[in-house]
Design a protein around this ligand. Structure first.
Ligand SMILES: Nc1nc2c(ncn2[C@@H]2O[C@H](COP(=O)(O)OP(=O)(O)OP(=O)(O)O)[C@@H](O)[C@H]2O)c(=O)[nH]1
Ligand SMILES: [Mg+2]
Length: 350
């Protein structure tokens, strides 16, 4: 049996239940893991730490086609791959910024596009075109296909990006079929998986590991709480003194306020935000961690980062969790996150 699973690209096998690609039936087109993910939302084999990013990038480097690079607009910083060209070789890249549906409609496409270009410059990622899309609503689908057509010269288009960025969902939107398996569990796609859309061969690829994301720090059952499914409704706080914000037991942002500042949170609606005076925040954290402050991380070793603000509006971005925008008189921000989780301070996106 050397057929591949249509959903995840793993080579199908009937021998070992605990290995990827297992199917109990010789004639199946999907492996059991995909079948259970699609029909029962049951993960079976977790690939959270299973796919080596160097292996994926190494395999991509051996291909010759142009690249459709997929990043998640909500979790944008986690999607960036600095030195991308060094890792995969010189080639034409179209960037699909997906999950546009998660950002408010009131923010213009132009504003988001300007933000994306400035971040790409910072990360030194050269792309030919940027298209804002949604795999969920199919917004931007035709525009993206046109952009891909412009870089397609006969070699399959490599669809790459970080785990969970939305590659498989986007390809399903492009093909108008639901063939590829997508799920909220990072590491859904397991191997290169070719699919032809309007005459163009695309290769879905396993997501590049997001080792420094909050999505890796929490238990799988909590991914439902962290990953937004609907348009984010920002939560706005006007503050007049030092305040602390706890995003469950996952992260804490302390804002040292001079006279008046505004803190706007962009999180999944299932995430609970707890605001307190900074003077009582440590006490709240100690007493309520894992009780009121949930979800929390598996290994609770935290680090604190200090940031002195200069920009008019600053985003504090916590990979895999979301971001908050701080404006006004708040010269110092302290961010407490699990040790390996990445934090970026950037000029405001929205
Ligand atoms: N709201 C919204 N959610 C999306 C969109 N695209 C993908 N998602 C969600 O994001 C999660 C990951 O989607 P996948 O398509 O499996 O992502 P992937 O990049 O193929 O992931 P890997 O195969 O693990 O690398 C799932 O929970 C999807 O439902 C989108 O456009 N909008
Ligand atoms: Mg996938």
């Amino acid at each position: 049996m050397s057929q591949r699973c249509i959903g995840c690209g793993a080579v199908l096998q009937t021998e070992d239940k605990n290995r990827i690609g297992y199917t109990p039936k010789e004639e199946s087109t999907y492996c059991q893991r995909c079948f259970r993910l699609i029909h029962y939302d049951d993960l079976m084999i977790s690939m959270k730490t299973g796919i080596d990013p160097d292996q994926v990038l190494g395999a991509i480097a051996k291909t010759e086609g142009p690249v459709l690079y997929v990043t998640d607009l909500f979790d944008f910083e986690a999607g960036m791959i600095p030195g991308l060209i060094r890792k995969i070789g010189e080639r034409e890249i179209v960037l699909a910024c997906t999950k546009r549906d998660l950002l408010p409609d009131t923010v213009s496409h132009d504003k988001i596009a300007r933000f994306v270009f400035s971040r790409l410059k910072e990360y030194a990622i050269p792309v030919k075109e940027v298209v804002l899309v949604s795999g969920k609503t199919s917004l931007g689908r035709d525009e993206l296909l046109e952009a891909v057509r412009r870089i397609y010269k006969g070699k399959p288009v490599i669809v790459m990006g970080k785990a969970n960025s939305g590659k498989s969902t986007l390809l399903n939107a492009l093909s108008r079929k639901a063939e590829l398996t997508s799920s909220r569990y990072p590491g859904t796609t397991l191997d290169f998986n070719e699919t032809v859309i309007e005459g163009i061969p695309f290769i879905d690829t396993p997501g590049i590991e997001i080792q420094n994301s909050m999505l890796m720090a929490v238990e799988e059952k909590d991914l439902k709480t962290l990953i937004p499914v609907r348009t984010i409704k920002p939560t706005v706080f006007q503050i007049h003194e030092d305040q602390s914000f706890a995003a469950g037991g996952l992260a804490r942002v302390d804002v040292c306020c001079g006279s008046k500042a505004t803190v706007t949170w962009y999180l999944s609606e299932a995430m609970k935000m707890h605001r307190s005076k900074m003077s009582s925040a440590d006490d709240l954290w100690q007493r309520q961690y894992g009780k009121l402050l949930v979800p929390c991380v598996k290994q609770a070793e935290f680090r604190t980062l200090d940031f002195r603000r200069r920009e008019e509006k600053t985003d504090v971005v916590i990979d895999g969790l979301g971001f908050c925008c701080i404006s006004g008189d708040a010269p110092l921000i302290k961010v407490r996150v699990p040790k390996h989780v990445n934090v970026t301070f950037r000029k405001a996106m929205l």
